[in-house]
Design a protein around this ligand. Structure first.
Ligand code: B12
Length: 288
């Protein structure tokens, strides 16, 4: 991984003073008498220097060496070797463990490094490709066709290209015996409504990572009501929170892909969205 240099030496500050002097700024102050140690604090550098990319990564790194290798592959954009490493890990670990604790951990690191301006969009795109390749290998190991206990229709909101979380949630729901109708990403509100009315899934899910796309969810809920359709509608992604999702009918919040099966199972038990919502804490904590 690229190592970032975060410390700027005193001499570099002094160098800046020297160049200022050359353009005549020395007339305003006697720079030689000023100690950079005392007055020059670059707060942004201080903040950055306290946590190096390696330290940030370490916070998310799994301990198991096979999972660590996979998380490192995602983080280091090793899309060519990740499939082989997932195959090796499958000899001793379950596909769910590999996805949740290896691939997802790697993507968490990438998201964190991107958020801090250390990684840029191209890094993120290659990392997400590596993550997708690894997920496909793990998913294949979950077994072939099976009889589904219920159907979950999934989508990423209109205008939203972020589908990594949705795809992970789909794998975990599949591995728990659900059939998935994946409408894809950037799905029009009208398309979601039409498909729900036509195909009558047990559960609908939506993912929104952008504040510009999250309003698609209440629009979907309202349009479904106009059609006289009610369905538990799991809404997830960084753009939404529980308060927002519970501000419109049918909405059930989820922060983690691993929560999907627990919530969807309740719909199969005959719970409507109101009952799932009012027992949300118990379901998420495995007490309902
Ligand atoms: C990867 C990424 C991309 C990739 C997306 C690849 C892909 N196929 O998804 C690419 C490079 C394409 C991309 C593009 C853009 N991105 Co982007 N991207 C990210 C990034 C770094 C990580 C997102 C991610 O995949 N996280 C990991 C996954 C696993 O998380 P997740 O989807 O939230 O899923 C978790 C939960 O939400 C939940 N979950 C999700 N779905 C479901 C479903 C169910 C059923 C359940 C139960 C749970 C569940 O489970 C998962 C965890 O277990 C974030 C930064 C960040 N810190 O999040 C920015 C971020 C989302 N992007 C952002 C932006 C602005 C953009 C761009 C507009 C940038 C640009 N200027 O061009 C473009 C989009 C352009 C367009 N309109 O087409 C912003 C959004 C800001 C905002 N609040 O609106 C973010 C937050 C970055 C930032 N800090 O500014 N991006």
């Amino acid at each position: 991984m690229r190592k970032a240099t975060f410390s700027i030496k005193d001499s570099e500050f002094r160098g800046s003073f020297e160049s200022l002097s050359k353009i005549g700024v020395e007339q305003m102050a006697d720079f030689d008498s000023i100690s950079a140690d005392k007055i020059l604090t670059r707060y942004d550098i201080v903040v950055e220097s306290s946590e190096k990319p390696e330290d940030i990564a370490e916070q998310y790194m799994p301990e198991n060496p096979l999972l660590r290798q996979i998380a490192e592959d995602v983080m280091n954009l090793k899309f060519k070797v990740i499939e082989q490493h997932v195959q090796e890990a499958l000899k001793t670990l379950t596909p769910e463990e590999i996805i949740e604790n290896g691939l997802l951990a790697g993507m968490d690191i990438v998201a964190e490094l991107y958020g801090r301006g250390i990684y840029y969009l191209p890094h993120v795109m290659v990392a997400s490709d590596a993550m997708t390749r690894g997920t496909k290998v793990a998913e294949a190991a979950l077994g072939g066709e099976r009889k589904y206990k219920g159907v979950v229709m999934m989508h990423a909101a209109e205008g939203d290209p972020h589908d990594i979380g949705k795809n992970i949630a789909a794998v975990l729901l599949k591995s728990n015996g659900f059939g998935i109708i994946d409408l894809g990403k950037d799905v029009l509100v009208d398309t979601v409504v039409d498909e729900v009315v036509k195909q009558k899934p047990n559960v609908l899910t939506g993912t929104a990572l952008m504040t510009t796309t999250m309003s698609a969810f209440p629009r979907i809920a309202n349009r479904l009501k106009e059609h006289g359709v009610e369905v538990p509608f799991i809404c997830a992604g960084g753009a939404v929170n529980r308060e927002y999702v519970e501000s419109y009918d049918m909405g059930i919040y989820s922060a983690k892909a691993a929560e999907g099966p627990g919530l969807a199972n309740k719909a199969l038990d005959g719970w409507d969205w109101k009952k799932i919502r009012s027992n949300w804490d118990e379901i998420i904590n495995g007490k309902a």
